[in-house]
Write a new protein. Structure first.
Ligand code: PLP
Length: 233
C-alpha cells in the first residue's frame, strides 16, 4: 500500500473512469488529513453526521469549492442544518423524510441534490427503502418540487462475497433504469452512489458514478462494530 494520503488519492484516481466522482469520506478524520486530501485535488467530502460536518466546515472555511455530501442517516430534527450545510444528501431513506426536506427546502429557498437510499437485500442494520416500497412511493416523491432527485444510493449488507456484491450493484443499476422508464417529470436518476473501500471496483463495473471512499484513503477508523454496521447518525 502506498504511503501518504496524497499518494493514495493519486493512485486511486489513476484507475478511475472519468464518469466516476470520488467522494472522500471523512467521518472521524482530522481536518489536517482533510486539508491533505484537498491539496491532492479532492473537492467532494462525505460526512455521516451533521454536527461533525458543521465543526469541520467551520475549520475549513478558507478552502473554496468544496461540495459536501451527507451520507449518514438523517434525523428529522437535523434536516434544516443538513440543508444548510450539504449540497448533496445521499441518505434520503423514507417518503416522510423526503417530504420534510422538500417543505424545508422551499422555506430556505434551496434545491438540494438527493439520492434515494435503497436496500436491495433485506438488512435490519441499514436504513433505506425496500424496492417495492420505493416503487410505490415514486408518485409522491415526484411531487417534491424542491428536491433534485438524481440518484440511488446503496450500501451492501456485511458479509457478501464478490459475486453477491456485484449482483447487488447490478440490481441497483437495473432499478435505476426501471425508475427512469417510468418517466416521472421530477425524478431524473442519473447517479448511482455505490462503492466503498472494499468494493468500489465492483461498483464501478456495475455503473457507479459516485464512490464513497474512507479507509482506503485515510486508513482505519477507530470505531466500534456497531458503527461499521450501520450508517446511523
Ligand atoms: C463510512 C462510510 C463509507 C466509507 O467506508 P470505507 O469502508 O471507509 O470506504 C461510505 N459510505 C457510507 C454511507 C459510510 O457510512
Amino acid at each position: 500500500m502506498v504511503e501518504s494520503i496524497a499518494e493514495r488519492i493519486t493512485h486511486i484516481r489513476s484507475n478511475l473512469p472519468e464518469s466516476v466522482r470520488l467522494i472522500a469520506v471523512t467521518k472521524q478524520v482530522s481536518v489536517e488529513a482533510m486539508r491533505a486530501a484537498y491539496a491532492a485535488g479532492i473537492r467532494d467530502f462525505g460526512e455521516n453526521r451533521v454536527q461533525e460536518a458543521e465543526e469541520k466546515q467551520a475549520q475549513l472555511k478558507d478552502l473554496p469549492q468544496i461540495t459536501w455530501h451527507l451520507i449518514g442517516h438523517l434525523q428529522s430534527n437535523k434536516a434544516v442544518k443538513a440543508l444548510e450545510q450539504f449540497q448533496w444528501i445521499h441518505s434520503v431513506d423514507s417518503l416522510r423524510l423526503a417530504q420534510r426536506l422538500d417543505r424545508l427546502a422551499k422555506e430556505l429557498s434551496c434545491t438540494p441534490n438527493i439520492c434515494l437510499q435503497v436496500k436491495i437485500l433485506p438488512d435490519p442494520n441499514k436504513y433505506g427503502w425496500i424496492i417495492p416500497q420505493l416503487l410505490a412511493d415514486l408518485p409522491e416523491l415526484n411531487r417534491c418540487q424542491n428536491l433534485k432527485i438524481q440518484g440511488l444510493m446503496t450500501i451492501p449488507p456485511q458479509g457478501l462475497d464478490h459475486l453477491q456484491t456485484q449482483s447487488l450493484f447490478e440490481k441497483t443499476h437495473e432499478l435505476a433504469a426501471e425508475i427512469s422508464q417510468k418517466n416521472f417529470s421530477r425524478i431524473n436518476i442519473r447517479e448511482l452512489s455505490m462503492g466503498m473501500s472494499e468494493d468500489y471496483n465492483l461498483a464501478i463495473n456495475a455503473g457507479s458514478t459516485m464512490i464513497r471512499l474512507g479507509r482506503i484513503i485515510f486508513g482505519e477508523r477507530r470505531t466500534t462494530g456497531a458503527d461499521m454496521l450501520s450508517n446511523t447518525t
